[in-house]
Design a protein around this ligand. Structure first.
Ligand code: SF4
Ligand code: F3S
Length: 111
């Protein structure tokens, strides 16, 4: 079992989630975070912290593709353990459909 970050995070990246994770398994891309599925201990404490409702358990019906997506980018991006400012587009893009088209593969700064 793991939790995953889905496309609701894209262009928001509030980062409230990273402060509560006991095992520091969030990784930062340019415009979203992912969770490493092999490091997540399934505690669930990050899920209610996300203002964009982007964190879901892998028991969700469409979660399988997101587990693989999260694993792929967790292995490419730097770890993030400290909250930082949300993206400037966060309020405008929170809850918008079709955000996957905005996804950037570029790594974030981490930290
Ligand atoms: Fe971290 Fe727990 Fe969230 Fe997994 S469910 S990413 S271990 S806070
Ligand atoms: Fe993304 Fe939500 Fe964390 S928007 S950065 S998963 S608090």
């Amino acid at each position: 079992m793991t939790y995953i970050v889905n496309d609701k995070c894209i262009a928001c990246k509030y980062t409230d989630c990273v402060e509560v994770c006991p095992v520091d398994c969030f990784y930062e891309g340019e415009n979203m975070l992912v969770i490493h599925p092999d490091e997540c201990i399934d505690c669930g404490v990050c899920e209610p912290e996300c203002p964009a409702d982007a964190i879901r358990p892998d028991t969700d019906p469409d979660a399988e593709k997101w587990v693989e997506f999260n694993r792929k980018y967790a292995e490419l991006w730097p770890v993030i353990v400290t909250k930082k400012d949300q993206l400037s587009t966060a309020e405008e893009m929170d809850g918008k459909e079709g955000k996957i088209e905005l996804f950037s593969e570029a790594p974030g700064e981490g930290g």
